[in-house]
Design a binder for this molecule. Structure first.
Ligand SMILES: O=C(O)CCC(=O)C(=O)O
Ligand SMILES: [Fe+2]
Length: 350
């Protein structure tokens, strides 16, 4: 049997064969977004989105308005980049000061992921907190790193990110309506959004039984728009019992998942599901998530409209930017403790 570097080995309860029930008929909803143009159907779509956010925290969308050519262009271009020799890729290596670019040693919950990534900020200059020290209120502007080759890498990524952001904000409006709130309810939260795109490449793995492409985690963002290729491997943990379900690749669909911010804003009505990526021994896999992040100064706490004496706030509020930079510290190194998670901000309700 092939050897595996021990830093990749998951604990037995987190390996790909744990807590999986084969041949489950239950499917994560696939929603046709073109139906919102039909005044007779739009309300049904909003209800279906609300239901999916509650029961799964995941759904897929088709006929979403993102041009097929923009998606296929970025998919092709990033593959050309990842096929370069590693010395070339390391020229645009990410570091702790400017956490964008290429990286091949990411950890999720202190176990190394079987993947390489390239991160691109949504805008070429992004305002983020300057340090993880809560006393330090400073901000800094960070910039993208772009490889010289392939020459259209930057243009393809920027074009794709613009489309993904548009879809993400549209979905936030629909989610807002599904909560009985005005569709503009969250508009102000994205004025200086810290959103970014990540390109994930999962190489074939000699021991898919021991390692994972991404270990189990919840996304910290508002919502994620994910383009996955046809290989498959993404799994979601069902809210009701934690059993893992595959998110089957649907051609030209996007997988949408709710992140921590939306879960906190809705006081747990909507669910930010644990998910993970299983790898395989023969095929590489690509995925491109767009993480919709609020502005650094947004206070994330349960919305006043959604709490009441019967449904008191379940979370202490947190300043988005500080939370985010603190949480991401452990992406670069194995820390002695698990990085901060929103559950640590839960209020104990008696
Ligand atoms: O590759 C995937 O399908 C999901 C990746 C993911 O969950 C992440 O990057 O946060
Ligand atoms: Fe994720």
């Amino acid at each position: 049997m092939a050897d595996l570097d021990p830093t990749y080995i998951q604990a037995p309860e987190h390996r790909s064969d744990a807590n999986v029930t084969p041949n489950q008929p239950e499917e994560i909803p696939v929603i046709d977004l073109s139906r919102i143009e039909d005044p007779k159907d739009v309300q049904n779509v909003i209800s279906e989105i609300g239901e999916a956010c509650k029961t799964w925290g995941f759904f897929q969308v088709i006929n979403h308005g993102v041009p097929y050519v923009a998606r296929t262009r970025v998919e092709k271009t990033v593959k050309t980049f990842f096929d370069l020799p590693v010395e070339e890729k390391l020229k645009v290596k990410r570091d702790e000061v400017n956490p964008v670019g290429y990286h091949d040693g990411e950890h999720t919950k202190n176990v190394k992921d079987w993947k390489e990534v390239f991160d691109v900020y949504f805008k070429d200059h992004m305002v983020i907190p300057s340090s993880t020290d809560p006393e330090d209120q400073g901000l800094r502007v960070v910039h993208n790193k772009w490889p010289q080759f392939p020459s259209d890498f930057r243009e393809a990524c920027e074009e794709y990110a613009r489309h993904a952001e548009k879809l993400a904000l549209k979905l936030v409006e629909l989610i807002s309506l599904s909560l009985g709130l005005p569709k503009e309810r969250f508009h102000d939260d994205f004025k200086e959004q810290m959103s970014f795109c990540r390109i994930n490449r999962y190489p074939p793995c000699p021991r898919p039984d021991l390692a994972l492409g991404v270990g189990h985690h919840k996304d910290a963002d508002v919502l994620t728009i994910l383009a996955q290729d046809e290989v498959g491997g993404l799994q979601v943990s069902r809210r009701s019992d934690g059993v893992w379900f595959p998110i089957k690749p649907v051609p030209n669909a996007f997988v949408i998942n709710i992140g921590n911010c939306m879960e906190v804003w809705t006081n747990d009505k909507y669910w930010s599901a644990e998910h993970r990526v299983v790898v395989n021994s023969t095929r590489e896999r690509y995925s491109i998530p767009f993480f919709l992040l609020p502005s650094h100064d947004v206070e994330v706490k349960p919305l006043e409209e959604l709490v009441s004496p019967e449904n008191p706030p379940r979370y202490k509020g947190y300043k988005w930017g500080k939370f985010y930079v603190t949480r991401n510290k452990s992406d670069f190194q194995k820390l002695e403790v698990e990085n901060i998670q929103i559950d640590q901000l839960k209020v104990v309700i008696t």
